[in-house]
Design a protein. Sequence first.
Length: 305
Amino acid sequence: MSRVTLAQWQMLAAVVDHGGFAKAAEAIHKSPSTLNHAVHKLEEQLGVQVFEPVGRQVRLTEAGEMLLRRARQLIEGAVSLEEVAASLAQGLEAEIVLAVDQIFSPDSLARALEAFSLAFPHVRVQLHETVLNGGIEMLHDKSADIVVSGISAQGFLGDPLGLVHFIAVAHPDHPLHQLTRPLNLRDLEQYRQLVVRDSAQRQSMDAGWLKAEQRWTLGHLDTSIDMLERGLGFAWIPETRLGPSLEAGRLVPLPLEAGGIREYPMQLIYRDRDRAGPATHAMAEALRNAVRVDSGPRATFDSVE
């Protein structure tokens, strides 16, 4: 058994966080003498001086700083454990929040939501259709339970959900198609590129922009496809959204020398896998199953005509 209790570590952290014994005692509803005794007992049990006097105040020793860093991990782990237990005791979630990048297959998403609704008809779902860093920002803000994204999230581990292929396309009457030869970067830079705005509020990014002289920034992939079909520019569009436009001939892949098709690995990322309730786990499994069902032979498109 540990010689030092979790409560002692918590009291030590409180003294440091609140700037002294008196303020810490008021914040955690203990007497200053109780805190003082707990810290002195901790030093005695460990054989290490945690605080050193500085005038009429005290500060952490170098050893105390190192111990407190480790102690915070212990405290956070205990809090996390209690939250997991509370989640399990409460049972089913009333609502889950799902953030899905617009490049994810709409068919897979619809299939997953349909399967989930049959199994959990009374669980509310908030669906956010995000772009680029939008879903990752929701993860860091703890405002989404599950995020499906083509971007990795620092500090989180994701489950692979396959690849999404982006294809450079334009209307068949677009001037780029009239060049009737393989296209290079200089060709593209002369014409309007359509890009979709990052839905993140703090750390937005421009992905795939070639610094064309003309650029239109749009809010949704559907808008981008509509503008493309009207001959108003060129863009890289996810294959998951292109099927009807390509089949009807409203859009045609650009004959690029290189880079006509780009690949982005999709990931399913939990905000906190251990604390997730049964409905959140079921939604994640529904998404995985939908991708497995919908992934068949992928249509191929020549990058050079």
